[in-house]
Write a new protein. Structure first.
Length: 291
């Protein structure tokens, strides 16, 4: 068994809870978007109270990537154009995107790769919402966007040397990185990401979606199932070649996500269509998530 250092999980959770907080208005926006009884007026009012956020929302709503010619000049019109789920994802992206651009060699991620994967998952979650035959709440896209934020906390807390040890331990013991995290740290990056979202005051559906994004069983909520499926699809959405090994990985992933497909009442044709539509949207609009 690995000789990698063992870590007190309480120390990791404390690190997660100490991450720079979100602006109050963003956390409030997330709560409203997750509330089925809230309306566009309430959401617009919250955004309008934050001058910087208002500027971001108007800029994003008028982005050329959205393909609209007529400019919008009010927060309410911007919220209608974007949709509340996209509004929330883009708002969070503008606040945390810069933290997700670093390389994470322990996870095989070059600079910007974590961010690309996160954006792809968020886009896929939105497409899944439109395709699923069960209701999927609006906050799924945001949970998908933040699903790997726990890796950032681990990288900040331990630095390059410990994460390299983690990767070596995984290779030596023949375990996946997730299981190696659990052995070495007592927690996984999914647990840490959920703790960050909870400390930020984000709705429980987002917290659970982040914590559950590696799960694939039929007891999951619709949000968690959509997030987990979107995260699995993100590999295909961001893969730009037809590497035979990647093809094998795709086939394995599709078998693993079968319980998620059942929760969402999706079939193989839906899967292919979601990946195709998400890949197209990713190519068109991923840059706008950069904030």
């Amino acid at each position: 068994m690995t000789t990698a250092p063992l870590v007190d999980p309480a120390d990791l959770l404390a690190a997660a809870e100490s991450v720079e907080p979100l602006p109050h208005t963003v956390a409030r926006l997330a709560t409203l978007v997750a509330d089925p009884d809230s309306d566009i007026r309430e959401i617009s009012d919250v955004v309008s109270l934050d001058v910087s956020l208002t500027a971001d929302v108007l800029r994003l709503a008028n982005s050329a990537a959205l393909g609209h010619r007529a400019n919008v000049t009010s927060v309410r019109d911007a919220a209608v154009r974007l949709g509340t789920s996209t509004l929330l994802s883009l708002t969070l992206a503008s606040r945390v995107g810069g933290r997700m651009l670093q390389a994470l060699p322990a996870y095989g991620l070059q600079p910007g790769a974590l961010w690309e994967r996160s954006v792809a998952a968020s886009i896929a979650a939105e497409v899944i919402r439109s395709r699923a035959r069960v209701p999927v709440p609006a906050e799924a896209g945001t949970a998908a966007l933040l699903h790997d934020f726990g890796k950032i906390v681990l990288a900040r807390h331990f630095g390059k040397q410990v994460l390299e040890t983690l990767a070596l331990a995984a290779a030596t013991d023949g375990l996946g990185l997730l299981e190696t995290e659990r052995v070495v740290f007592g927690l996984t990056h999914a647990d840490i990401g959920g703790a960050v979202a909870e400390a930020w005051g984000l709705p429980l559906t987002i917290v659970d979606g982040i914590r559950d994004h590696h799960e694939a069983h039929e007891d999951l909520s619709a949000v968690s199932a959509a997030v987990a499926l979107a995260c699995a699809m993100s590999f295909e959405i961001t893969t730009r070649d037809a590497d035979p090994e990647e093809q094998e990985s795709q086939e394995a992933r599709r078998r693993e996500v079968a319980p998620l497909m059942r929760i969402l009442q999706l079939d193989d044709a839906d899967y292919r269509e979601i990946v195709a539509r998400s890949s197209e949207r990713f190519g068109e609009v991923a840059d706008r998530y950069g904030g």
